[in-house]
Design a protein around this ligand. Structure first.
Ligand SMILES: C[S@@+](CC[C@H](N)C(=O)[O-])C[C@H]1O[C@@H](n2cnc3c(N)ncnc32)[C@H](O)[C@@H]1O
Length: 304
């Protein structure tokens, strides 16, 4: 395996394995392949099969190495949550024993400043996981004050959104904001307390890369459709907004009957992997109740 793959420490993986209990010949769907940390653990532990996707083309290379090593047991598609149905049509599987979603930024995205995800390292304002569509640069430099404030508030859960949007607009009058550190400095000016627990740019950066709630919503609906009865779903999130969406979705899916378990990393894991600190794992087991598509509005979110 490559050094890049080994660099990513899979979050809450022990807990996921314990909850899901993979067995030989079962098929699991890894919806966020990334550096392959989860897939690897499943494939090494049992003789199960994995169908994996990732929207980031950088994952393709790691997937190729997995294919060489695990052969028929491993299938990878460069795709995204909202297209899980299309991926399923391409495979022989009709139903899945378990889905895993790890909704964070991978180290392969954070550690390469040129991807523009990190407010700690200088890079262009990009932040596109799938390397397609609008960049953070476009959003930050072209949206008006109100639009920006709404994005930062809605997708970042950032209370200081109006102030940040105003500061960005003022800065833009003299020059465009081109880099991650430049934007992080503009945001810092909006916070009076210099001793912060989380970097002041955390939520705004989350908002700029995170017009992903619709994707997550779509992925959860697909997952539920293809899960076997008694099949399971594990979702790891790192931000309150995503966790709220998942929590509300699972509440409806379980028709309030089952406990919607939430787990956090152990102290040891947080020490070993500081990125795991804000992670939350929610687990769901499909019951026998039939129900259809859950609209995003039913989860307390609006369609953008
Ligand atoms: C935190 S990483 C996953 C790390 C992986 N569990 C591991 O242990 O190596 C999240 C991955 O999900 C991918 N991703 C994010 N949104 C996606 C979407 N809508 N569809 C498919 N993949 C997505 C990202 O590109 C990233 O590689």
């Amino acid at each position: 395996m490559t050094s890049k793959e080994l660099a990513h420490k899979p979050v809450l993986i022990k807990e996921i394995i314990k909850l899901t209990g993979p067995k030989d010949n079962e098929t699991y769907f890894d919806a966020t392949f990334g550096n392959g940390g989860y897939s690897k653990e499943f494939l090494e532990l049992t003789n199960c099969n994995i169908i994996a996707i990732d929207r980031d083309p950088f994952a393709n290379q790691i997937a190729k190495e997995f294919k060489k090593k695990y052969g028929k047991r491993f299938d990878f598609f460069h795709s995204k949550f909202s297209k899980i149905n299309e991926v399923m049509e391409k495979t022989e599987e009709k139903e899945i024993d378990g889905f895993v979603f790890d909704i964070g930024v991978s180290s392969m995205q954070l550690d390469f400043p040129e991807r523009g995800f990190s407010f700690m390292k200088e890079g262009p304002l990009d932040m596109r996981m799938g390397q397609e569509g609008t960049t953070a640069y476009d959003v930050v430099n072209s949206k008006n004050h109100e639009e920006l404030a709404d994005i930062i508030y809605y997708y970042g859960d950032e209370r200081n959104s109006r102030r940040i949007a105003r500061e960005i607009e003022t800065y833009r009058k003299s020059k465009k904001i081109e880099t991650t550190l430049e934007l992080a400095e503009v945001i810092k000016k909006c916070f009076s307390n210099k001793y912060y627990k989380k970097h002041p740019a955390t939520k705004t950066f989350q908002a700029l890369r995170n017009n992903e709630l619709e994707e997550l919503h779509s992925g959860l609906n697909h997952a539920l459709k293809y899960l076997k009865k008694n099949g399971n779903l594990c979702i790891v999130t790192f931000h309150s907004l995503e966790d709220r969406l998942v929590k509300n979705f699972l509440k409806i899916a379980s028709q309030n009957n089952k406990i919607n378990k939430v787990l956090k990393p152990s102290k040891e894991e947080m020490e070993y992997n500081s990125r795991s600190r804000s992670a939350k794992l929610r687990f769901y087991e499909k019951n026998n109740l039939e129900f259809g598509y859950v609209p995003i509005e039913d989860l307390g979110f609006k369609q953008s």
